[in-house]
Design a binder for this molecule. Structure first.
Ligand SMILES: C[S@@+](CC[C@H](N)C(=O)[O-])C[C@H]1O[C@@H](n2cnc3c(N)ncnc32)[C@H](O)[C@@H]1O
Length: 277
C-alpha cells in the first residue's frame, strides 16, 4: 500500500500549534512522509515507545495516543527546546536532549521509532544509532520503519558531483536519462544489527545507446510489512552519483562496484566500472 493513497489527518487536528525549526517545518509539510508514519504508528504503537531523533516531536505526540509511555530523544538543543514546548501537554512523554547512543533507558521498548533516514542511509546516523539502541528493544519488539530497499539504475547525467535529485537541484541544473534496467541491490531490516560497510556489485543491462556517466540510487522505505513510502523531496530523494564515463549500446552489460559506509557521509562513496564482455 502506498502512503500517498492514505487518508492524511492534517496537523490542524491537533489542539495546539506546533512550533518548528525551518528544517522541521519542511519535514512537516511532506504529507506523504507524515501520513505513512502516522498510519504505521497507529497500527503498531503500544506499551513503551522510543522516538529517536524526535525533532519537533510530532511522531512522539502520535505515539503517545496509542501507547503507555514515550521516550522522545533529540540531540539538537534548539530542536529539543522547540519539542519541549510542543510536548508539554502530554504527560506520558519524557523528552531527553542527548545523543541517543549515550542514553541509558530504564525500560525496554516495545516499539522504536527512528526517523533519521536519508537515501541509502549514507549521510545520516540511522544505522550507527539503531545499532546502539537495539539492545533496548524487547524480544518481540518492532522498529518503525521496518527497513529499506535500495535500488540502482545506470544513467546519463549532466552534473559531475554527487547530489540528491530534489526540487532545488531539478530547477537549477540537475537532469539525467535512465540507461539501464532497475536493480534491487540490498534490503536492510532495522530489527537486526546492521553491518555499516556496504559493497554492492551492480550488473546493469543497457537499454539505450549513449554514454553512461552515473548511477541513480532510489531508496524505498518499508514503514510496516504492507506500507511503502518515498522517495519524496524531503524523504530520501534519489541520489545521483557520477562515475567514469563509458560509451554503451543497447544490450551491452556493465558492472559497477559501489561501496560506502552507512553513517559515513557522501565522501565514503566509491565506484569502479567494468564492461562485461
Ligand atoms: C529527519 S529528522 C526527523 C524529525 C522528526 N522525527 C520528524 O519525523 O519530523 C531527524 C532528527 O534526528 C536528530 N538526530 C540526529 N542524530 C541524533 C542522535 N544521535 N541522537 C538523537 N537525535 C538525533 C536530528 O537532530 C533531527 O532532528
Amino acid at each position: 500500500m502506498y502512503a500517498k493513497k492514505l487518508f492524511f489527518r492534517d496537523l490542524s487536528s491537533l489542539k495546539f500549534r506546533m512550533r518548528t525549526t525551518p528544517y522541521h517545518f519542511n519535514l512537516l509539510s511532506d504529507k506523504e512522509r507524515l501520513s505513512a508514519f502516522y498510519e504505521a504508528i497507529k497500527d503498531k504503537a503500544k506499551g513503551t515507545v522510543y522516538d529517536i531523533g524526535s525533532g519537533c516531536g510530532i511522531l512522539s505526540i502520535w505515539a503517545s495516543f496509542y501507547s503507555d509511555f514515550v521516550y522522545s530523544v533529540e540531540i539538537n538543543p534548539d530542536s529539543a527546546k522547540i519539542a519541549e514546548h510542543n510536548l508539554k501537554p502530554f504527560k506520558n512523554i519524557l523528552l531527553i536532549n542527548e545523543d541517543a547512543r549515550e542514553v541509558f533507558f530504564k525500560d525496554k521498548a516495545d516499539i522504536i521509532i527512528c526517523e533519521m533516514l536519508d537515501t541509502a542511509l549514507i549521510d545520516e546516523e540511522q544505522v550507527p544509532v539503531l545499532n546502539s539502541v537495539l539492545k533496548y528493544l524487547k524480544k518481540n519488539g518492532e522498529v518503525i520503519p521496518k527497513g529499506i530497499i535500495n535500488c540502482a539504475e545506470a544513467v546519463s547525467m549532466n552534473s559531475d558531483h554527487i547530489h540528491y535529485n530534489d526540487g532545488f537541484e531539478r530547477m537549477n541544473y540537475s537532469s539525467y536519462e535512465e540507461m539501464s534496467n532497475f536493480i534491487i541491490y540490498n534490503k536492510i531490516n532495522f530489527s537486526n544489527n546492521i553491518k555499516e560497510d556496504v559493497e554492492a556489485i551492480l550488473n546493469f543491462k543497457i537499454s539505450k545507446k549513449g554514454i553512461v556517466s552515473g548511477i541513480k540510487i532510489t531508496t524505498l522505505t518499508l514503514l510496516t510489512d504492507d506500507l511503502i513510502c518515498g522517495p519524496t523531496d524531503m524523504f530520501n530523494p534519489e541520489l545521483l552519483i557520477p562515475i567514469e564515463k563509458i560509451n554503451v549500446d543497447i544490450g551491452d552489460k556493465i558492472k559497477v562496484i559501489l561501496s560506502y559506509k552507512m553513517g559515513g557521509g557522501l565522501n565514503s562513496i566509491k565506484t569502479e566500472i567494468e564492461r562485461i564482455p
